[in-house]
Ligand binder design. Structure first.
Ligand SMILES: Cc1cc2nc3c(=O)[nH]c(=O)nc-3n(C[C@H](O)[C@H](O)[C@H](O)COP(=O)(O)OP(=O)(O)OC[C@H]3O[C@@H](n4cnc5c(N)ncnc54)[C@H](O)[C@@H]3O)c2cc1C
Length: 471
């Protein structure tokens, strides 16, 4: 049932609001929302300030109107899809760089700032924001904080959560909180900052963030190694990580993913499991590379080639970054199911990748595997013929089997994309009923009327303080 959002006209907002068809349609889903699950909001609001966010949330909560934060819409689990309608709160207008403090390695930004704009703003100080996801050139800081995103350099630098110092955020009742501290460390009170990070807009709307920065390393070198088998490649990655090689990126591409990258990006990656690496250091990078080379070679790493220059290095990473599009456009008759994002302890990495490939072979399915291997992360998908329900069913079951196995191996259903709509059924299997009940209690305490992004994270949702089954 549509929600009456006419109250927005009385709020005297500095930002804009719209009920125009194309504005509603654009925010009916994110990158990962299949057509059949798109839901239009009843109104879109572009707040211009924290006061706007506060006014909208207080008024919406009073009237029982859902509010779902929306940013660049690049999420892969439907987290920004307004499944109960109501207001889509588009944060992209709040995109100011507020302050830079190079002496403290800090920057203050509004949440709608695109990730790479942070790098652009601090490059002249010799600084950068290390945990940017592969989508950093088009996704926002607010979206990254809300999903606790991470990227290709997480193996060295950690995830977004590790680089957020302080947040300003608005709760469902309109109250404004500051969480965390600009100090390098704090033991003061409950850690509300960590609660908001990764909460996918279900607990609070982030309106300002203080981010930590790092110095751009003096030496950056990249290269790739080829392996005769996928097992050799995954074992080499695990060995390099546990041996303490100081590597900033280790990405894996299986044969299928390499073929797809070649077809889409025009690269000429060899038809072999490939590991891409990047090394960051202020000195001694050659010694680190030599150490890494010896480990890779002990796993039959056939050829370990360093990129000759920055251009070659950029081409290497572009092919990796374009993989999501490469998978999508591989075969017009096949549709990739949801992008998988499981992550396991590094010692189990070979098992999870091997399991996905084993199922693919047994069931005659195309399952490209790639990802941030150094973190134990594997992105995979299953390509299915949408016109063949049996094919879709076996694809869905294969996708789910890999998630279940990752959890059994002590891993997680989602290393970086979040739970959103797509992974809700795994929450209890991963955390246990008591932990999920504690999460529900937090949600009820901060948002008792389930205003903020209802229908996400929990297998059921919280409505008026009661738990309501959705499935
Ligand atoms: C090609 C491609 C590559 C990708 N690579 C990576 C990767 O390497 N690593 C990775 O982690 N992800 C990756 N992603 C997924 C996606 O880009 C990230 O999840 C990103 O952080 C989402 O940001 P966004 O601005 O698009 O947010 P949206 O998708 O618009 O929203 C995501 C979530 O954040 C909430 N939200 C947005 N703004 C706020 C706010 N101000 N306050 C509170 N909640 C808010 C929304 O309600 C929603 O729950 C990739 C996606 C694509 C399409």
């Amino acid at each position: 049932m549509p929600h009456d959002c006419s109250f927005l006209a009385d709020l005297d907002l500095a930002g804009d609001a719209s009920t125009g068809d194309s504005d509603l349609e654009t925010r009916a889903g994110d990158w990962g929302t299949p057509d059949e699950r798109r839901v239009r909001p009843d109104a879109v609001v572009w707040p211009a300030s924290t006061a706007d966010v506060s006014a909208v949330l207080a008024a919406a909560t009073e009237r029982g109107v859902p509010v779902t934060p929306y940013a660049a819409g690049t999420g892969l689990e439907g987290s920004a899809t307004p499944v109960r309608g109501g207001i889509s709160l588009d944060m992209t207008g709040m995109d100011a760089i507020l302050d830079v403090w190079p002496e403290d390695l800090q920057i203050d930004v509004e949440p709608g700032v695109v990730g790479s704009a942070v790098d652009d703003a601090v490059a002249r100080h010799g600084l950068f924001f290390p945990p940017l996801p592969s989508s950093g050139e088009f996704s926002t800081v607010g979206g990254m904080i809300a999903t606790d995103a991470s990227g290709m350099r997480t193996v060295k630098y950690g995830e977004v959560a590790d680089w957020v110092l302080e947040l300003e955020a608005v709760l469902a009742d309109g109250s404004v909180i500051t969480a965390g501290s600009k100090a390098a460390k704090t033991s003061s009170g409950y850690n509300l900052k960590e609660l908001v990070v990764g909460s996918e807009g279900t607990l609070a709307v982030v309106t300002r963030a203080t981010l930590r920065l790092a110095g751009i390393p003096e030496q950056i070198r990249a290269g790739r190694a080829l392996f005769p088998t996928l097992d050799d490649a995954t074992a080499a990655v695990a060995d390099a990580v546990t041996s303490g090689v100081d590597v900033a990126t280790i990405e894996l591409l299986d044969r299928t993913a390499s073929r797809m990258a070649n077809a889409y990006s025009g690269t000429d990656l060899p038809d072999a499991p490939t590991v891409f690496l990047e090394f960051h250091a202020d000195h001694g990078v050659d010694e680190e590379i030599a150490f890494c080379r010896s480990i890779l070679e002990s796993h039959d790493g056939e050829r370990f080639e360093l990129a000759n220059d920055e251009r070659e290095m950029a081409d290497l990473w572009q092919a990796r970054k374009d993989l999501a599009y490469a998978v999508d456009s591989w075969d017009p008759n096949l549709r990739p199911l949801h992008p998988g994002d499981v992550t396991v302890p590094i010692s189990r990495y070979a098992e999870i990748v091997g399991y996905a490939k084993e199922l693919a072979a047994e069931r005659d399915l195309l399952v490209p595997c790639f990802g941030h291997a150094g973190d134990g992360n594997v992105h995979y998908t299953v390509l299915v013929d949408p016109a063949d329900p049996a094919h879709v069913a076996v694809g869905e079951e294969t996708y789910a089997a890999v998630v279940r196995r990752a959890i059994e191996l002590g891993g997680t259903a989602t290393g970086e994309h979040g739970i959103g709509m797509g992974k809700r059924e795994y929450l209890v299997a991963e955390h246990g009923e008591a932990s999920v009940e504690a999460m529900r209690a937090v949600k009820r305490a901060l948002d008792p009327t389930d205003t903020l992004n209802p229908g996400k994270v929990f297998p059921e949702t919280i409505d008026g303080g009661r738990v309501r089954e959705e499935r």
